[in-house]
Ligand binder design. Structure first.
Ligand SMILES: NC(=O)c1ccc[n+]([C@@H]2O[C@H](COP(=O)([O-])OP(=O)(O)OC[C@H]3O[C@@H](n4cnc5c(N)ncnc54)[C@H](O)[C@@H]3O)[C@@H](O)[C@H]2O)c1
Length: 273
């Protein structure tokens, strides 16, 4: 068996119009996968099927999934919205709809299948407010989650960071139970990556501030460089990898944890540049 091949595997890539999802779909096809895609905008990739789907709408998610036959071997949730969108939509696409779509896809997934969700190093702070994040993550369904988010958004700070924290915490928790069905679930947390949302991030912070978070590698990731670890997480080569928040940030998080990156002085330097 070729551990890295996707030959004969039915893959679903959610968020395949641009960026990491587009790169993931392209690479999966190169690896032999049968790749189906959902997005709110058309995909430039030559997919086995593409379905227009607005992830802010559960009816859209249900209709899109109804059009895909099982068994699905690998689910890649790559869709996301930056902070330039209304906070509640950011929480929907980056967390609530991810949770909903994964749960609705599971009945179509086979034992030995795998789910990979893109989070972000922007969610690294999840440990600092775990009880609050867990409150949202433990809401029993979409409507309760939406109501919780609407009520608490004003006190949560950056909705993008909070939604990414929620995706990480939910994913790490759900992996504990899902493995009992023979399905693995992991997260990928990219650092600054050139993609469709780069212009949005640069409108919120400056390019120089974003580049601070590329220390120590000192360059941004390409979308393909995030697709590769994501594809690994859902491959047979990762058969013992479950509940992991895989950080692909060029070493930034490790540098912070080791006290080897002086974030404050780098930010000051970037702000005055
Ligand atoms: N670019 C970065 O620096 C960076 C860093 C860390 C994490 N991420 C995360 O990576 C993931 C992929 O983003 P990207 O960087 O490739 O950006 P991107 O904007 O190129 O990709 C996001 C995709 O989500 C789709 N999408 C957005 N709203 C949707 C909706 N309502 N319904 C259906 N599809 C929708 C977009 O059309 C697009 O295809 C996101 O979760 C993002 O938060 C990005």
């Amino acid at each position: 068996m070729d551990l890295w091949s996707y030959e004969g595997k039915r893959c679903l890539v959610v968020g395949c119009h641009s960026g990491i999802g587009e790169a993931t779909a392209r690479e999966l096809i190169r690896l032999g996968g049968e790749v189906h895609g959902f997005d709110i905008k058309p995909s430039p990739v030559d997919l086995a099927s593409f379905t227009l789907c607005d992830l802010r709408s559960r009816a859209d998610i249900d209709a899109a999934l109804a059009g895909i036959d099982g068994p699905i071997d690998a689910l890649f949730y790559c869709a996301g919205l930056p902070q330039t969108f209304p906070g509640i939509e950011v929480v929907q696409v980056n967390f609530l709809s991810a949770r909903y779509l994964v749960e609705q896809t599971l009945p179509k997934m086979r034992r030995g299948g795998a789910v990979a969700i893109i989070a972000s190093t922007a969610g690294n702070g999840y440990v600092l407010r775990l009880p609050t994040v867990t409150e949202l993550v433990q809401t029993p369904d979409y409507d309760t989650g939406l109501a919780w988010a609407e009520q608490h958004l004003p006190e949560l700070g950056d909705p993008y960071a909070f939604a990414k924290e929620a995706a990480i915490v939910w994913g790490m928790r759900r992996a504990q139970t899902l493995i009992g069905q023979g399905i693995r679930l992991n997260l990928l947390s990219p650092g600054p990556t050139q993609s469709g949302m780069t212009k949005d991030f640069e409108a919120v912070s400056s390019p120089a501030i974003i580049d601070v978070y590329t220390a120590p590698i000192n360059r941004r990731s390409s979308s393909a460089e995030q697709a590769y670890p994501l594809i690994f997480l859902n491959s047979d080569g990762a058969s013992y990898v479950n509940g992991t928040n895989f950080i692909a940030d060029g070493g930034f998080t490790a540098g912070m944890a080791m006290g080897m990156i002086d974030l404050d002085s780098l930010l000051q330097k970037a702000a005055s540049a």
